[in-house]
Write a protein of this length. Structure first.
Length: 109
């Protein structure tokens, strides 16, 4: 399983209850495909830098960290497109942190 960070933008027209339902639906879709959600971070409502349409000027941003098999990302994208609750989304595969090399004292020897 790969680790992913997903950025999801939900429509600004949602109330708190509908937003929670949308996040729950995304979580459910990930779990249906055999994945597991590690964390959900709500970043709040933010204005778009370039409004795509006059009716969409802002959205609720949510970051979801999850684990999912690499071959299940495409089906997840399709399921989210069909759902309609998510305005935009983007996934980034999280790499394992690089090992930290020891630092010498810097004194010449």
């Amino acid at each position: 399983m790969n680790e992913y960070e997903g950025m999801f933008i939900f429509p600004e027209s949602l109330n708190d209850e509908a937003l929670e339902t949308g996040i729950g639906r995304v979580r459910g879709e990930i779990e249906k495909l055999g994945g597991a959600v590690d964390s959900v971070t709500r970043l709040g409502k933010r204005a778009f830098a370039r409004p795509l349409a006059r009716r969409h000027t802002a959205g609720y941003y949510v970051v979801i960290n999850f684990k999912l098999a690499g071959d299940q990302i495409a089906p997840l994208r399709e399921r989210l497109k069909l759902g309609g609750e998510v305005f935009r989304f983007q996934f980034v595969r999280r790499e394992a942190p690089a090992p930290v090399a020891e630092v010498s004292s810097g004194a010449p020897q």
